[in-house]
Design a protein around this ligand. Structure first.
Ligand code: ATP
Length: 457
């Protein structure tokens, strides 16, 4: 990774926006924070929820061939022997003999400590799984692990899902959940943390159809990011070299995003072959094969795994959506977030705090929040209020002015173009619905009109 990708927003701006507007805070900040753990604030939790919902919708709700699962984080410790994580989930770690900072040896380009230039130790393997104890006695027999990936919960439930859903190959299981890795080097904000969330699909297929399904998922997953507004040129597919291939994978591609610090992995897509089902069948002694009705044979399905990170998607979306322009002679910060992802869909802004206006505006707000996350803001000038909403990516503001009291109309102002239309209160909800679904702003409802250019209604 390079220091700063050319033409990209710098990370400082993203971190500062997240902090200022309540997207992300350092974890346990009043105690000085906990290294590489983060808390999602009031707006962050909405954006994160919307990302997960968009993924779930695309991979579960809108498909016949994938079902969901929510497996527990703590699993039988044998799981991790079978999966290879106990033996193999390790990074080579070196330590500086001078300042004692530790580094992942595959992150280093030279032979000296990047911080002080000191001499480094020989690499030692360091297991990335967090250990804890089940029950009151802290002894080896009670050791359990915080899962380092959600995948294993889906493999061990393969037979349960086949039996209860009667799904036939090819089909998948999808899961969203927390994963934990005791990473040696963290950093770049939420890009690499020790507690994070994954969105994973395990797609079970007939052996021999691997290539076809692998290519299908590569395309499908890239398109998902593009549909949510990430620029295609900020994404690339990168095949893993033989040396970096995980122990379970036959082929693996990363979907990389051009982050401010350079190209880095957003999602990994792997052909895991039959590794996982064979291993779990062998360690558990339970059959995890599948009866193929067509050939009347018992087979072990192969698995294609698209594995994405919620937090990295969050960061990529913010970096891609961040923009600055000039509005009315002042710098404006805005997030071009897709309406499905925007934490707040609509803000209701009364032009003044006067009782008569406030009453109408509050009634509208109460009505709109039945449908969407909405904000009510009556503090400071209307221009300032628009800026506040632009900065958090709110697609539409509804302004109630004195004329509204006479003609029962309000203006809808669109974030990116700052253009406005005027619609009757009776048509407001339907109009917002259509615009949030992508209808052009200037397609007018009955009684609607294009409002004057500029900002104040
Ligand atoms: P990296 O090479 O960056 O360490 P990885 O190849 O180990 O990542 P996978 O095991 O493929 O990652 O995990 C799937 C996805 O989970 C990644 O593409 C990423 O989005 C997310 N992820 C993995 N580790 C972290 C982490 N420490 N912090 C945040 N997200 C992570």
């Amino acid at each position: 990774m390079t220091e700063q990708a050319p033409g990209k927003v710098d990370m400082e701006k993203i971190v500062s926006l997240c902090r200022r507007r309540g997207f992300i805070f350092p974890s346990s900040e009043i105690y000085g924070g906990l290294s590489s753990c983060w808390d999602y604030g009031p707006l962050g939790v909405e954006l994160k929820q919307n990302i997960k919902q968009a993924w779930w919708r695309a991979v579960v709700q809108e498909r016949d061939d994938i079902v969901g699962l929510d497996a527990s984080i703590l699993m039988h410790p044998q799981t991790w022997t079978a999966s290879g994580h106990l033996q193999g989930f390790a990074d080579a770690l070196v330590e500086c003999k001078n300042c004692h900072l530790r580094w992942r040896s595959d992150d280093l380009t030279g032979n000296n400590c990047p911080s002080c230039g000191g001499e480094l130790t020989e690499p030692r393997l360091f297991n990335l799984m967090f250990k804890t104890f089940m029950g009151p006695v802290e002894e080896m027999a009670n050791v359990v692990y915080l899962r380092p990936e959600t995948a294993q919960g889906m493999f061990v439930n393969f037979q349960n899902v086949v039996n209860t859903t009667r799904k036939r190959l090819p089909f998948g299981i999808a899961q969203i959940g927390k994963a934990f890795r005791n990473e040696i080097t963290t950093g770049n904000f939420i890009f690499r943390s020790r507690e994070f969330e994954q969105m994973e699909i395990e797609f079970f297929i007939k052996p021999g159809t691997d290539e076809e399904w692998f290519n299908y998922w590569l395309e499908e997953r890239v398109n998902w990011y593009v549909k949510l507004g990430i620029k295609r040129e900020s994404l690339r597919l990168r095949p893993h070299t033989k040396e970096e291939l995980a122990h379970y994978a036959r082929v693996c591609y990363d979907i990389d995003y051009l982050f401010p610090m350079g190209w880095a992995e957003l999602e990994g897509i792997a052909n895991r072959g039959d590794f996982d089902l064979v291993q779990h069948a062998s360690f558990s002694g339970k059959s995890l094969d599948y009866f193929d009705e067509e050939t009347k044979e018992h087979i072990i399905p192969h698995i294609i795994e698209p594995s994405a990170g919620v937090d990295r998607t969050f960061l990529a979306l913010l970096c891609d959506a961040y923009d600055e322009d000039i509005a009315e002679g002042e710098k404006r910060v805005l997030l071009h977030l897709h309406p499905d992802l925007a934490p707040i869909k609509v803000a209701v802004l009364p032009l003044s705090r006067r009782e008569k206006l406030a009453a109408v505006a509050k009634e509208l707000y109460a009505d709109l929040r039945q449908c969407w996350m909405a904000n009510y803001d009556d503090a400071q000038s209307i221009g300032r209020r628009y800026r506040r909403q632009d900065e958090i990516g709110t697609p539409f503001c509804v302004t109630v002015d004195f004329q509204s009291l006479e003609d029962n109309q309000v203006t809808i102002r669109e974030r990116d173009s700052m253009k406005q239309i005027r619609v009757t209160i009776a048509e407001l909800k339907k109009t917002l619905q259509a615009k949030l679904e992508g209808e052009d702003l200037f397609v007018l409802p009955p009684g609607g009109s294009i409002w004057k250019e500029g900002e104040s209604s």
